[in-house]
Design a protein around this ligand. Sequence first.
Ligand code: PEP
Ligand code: MG
Length: 360
Amino acid sequence: QPELAGDFGTLMEWADKVRRLKVRTNAETPNDCRTAREFGAEGIGLCRTEHMFFDAERITAVRQMILAENETGRRAALAKLLPAQRSNFVEIFEIMKGFPVTIRLLDPPLHEFLPHGEDEYAEVARAANVGVEQLKQRVAELHEFNPMLGHRGCRLGITYPEIYEMQTRAIFEAAVEVAKSGEAPLPEVMVPLVATRAELAIIRQLIDATARKVFEELGRSIDYLVGTMIELPRAALRAGEIAEEAQFFSFGTNDLTQTTLGVSRDDAARFLTAYVEKGIFARDPFVSIDEDGVGELIRLAAERGRGTAPGLKLGICGEHGGDPSSIAFCEGAGLDYVSASPYRIPIARLAAAQAALKAR
Ligand code: PEP
Ligand code: MG
C-alpha cells in the first residue's frame, strides 16, 4: 500500500485496531476498485451498474433496450449487453477477492439514457431496425416531468423484469466463473428505490430463480445475499416488514435526504448555503446527515429491521458514508459498515476509529 506508507500508514493501523465499523467503497470501475483496495477498503458497498451502461461501446444497445416497444425488443438488446456485464463483474470480483461486493441493480433516471442529436438517433434506429421518427415518438412517450421521482430504481425491475434478470444472470455467471479458478466471490445483490415489501418480494423471487437456473446450468452454486437500499421514507417506516425479504439494508442517504426534506439533490446548492448561514440547518444535509430528520429515519429503520431480523446487516452508501460527523452518527446507530468513494477511505477509517473511541 504505497500511498499509506510511513507514519500515515502506522496511524491507519492504529485506527483499524480500534474501529468497529467496516469501511467499504462505492466503486464500479476496475481502477476505482484497485485504488480503494490500496486505501484499505474492505469490500464494495455500492457498485452502481448504470455507470457501466454509459460506456460508449454499449450505450447504443442500452438505448435500444430502453426505447424498445416490447419485451422481445428489450430482450434482443439485453442479449447484446449480457457478455459485457458479465466481464465487468468478473473483473470486480477478481480485484475484491475475499471481500463482499454489493452490486446494485439498474437505477437510472431514464432520461439519462435517451439519445440526443440526429447522429445518436440514427445509430439507435439502425441497431433496433426501426425508423428515426418512430424512435422520436417513443422518446416523447417516455418523457417524465420529474425523472428522479419517476420510472427508476426497482420500478424499472417491476415493469421490465428482463433487465434485472439479465443483470442477475451476469452477476451469478461471473461469480461461478471466478469461483472455478479460485476463491468464491461474495456477491450481495441490492435492489434500489424500494418503498414496499411487495416490490422487494417480487424482485427477490426473480433473483433467486435466476440464481438457481444459472447454478444448475453451470454445475456450481455460490453463497449470496439479497438486500435493499433504504432511501425512501416509506421504506424506513416499513423496515420491519421489508426486513422479512432482505438480508441487508444499505441506507441511500442521497435520495433519503432528498425525499425526507423534499429538497432536490441536484438543485439544493442554490439555497442551502443561505440556510446554513442563517442557522436553519447546522450543516449541509447533503454532506452531513441531518440527524433530526434523516437520522431519525435511519435509527427507526435499524431498530424495526433488526426487530424482525436480529442479524440484519446494515450499512450506508450515500455520500454521507465518507463524512466524519455522519460516520460518528452511523457508529451510534449501530450500523455495520460505511461505504465511501475511494479517496475518502482513509478519512473514513480514521473517523470510524474516532467514533469508536468516543463511544467507549
Ligand atoms: C443514494 O441515494 O444515497 C445512493 C447511494 O444512490 P444514488 O446516489 O446512486 O441515487
Ligand atoms: Mg439513490
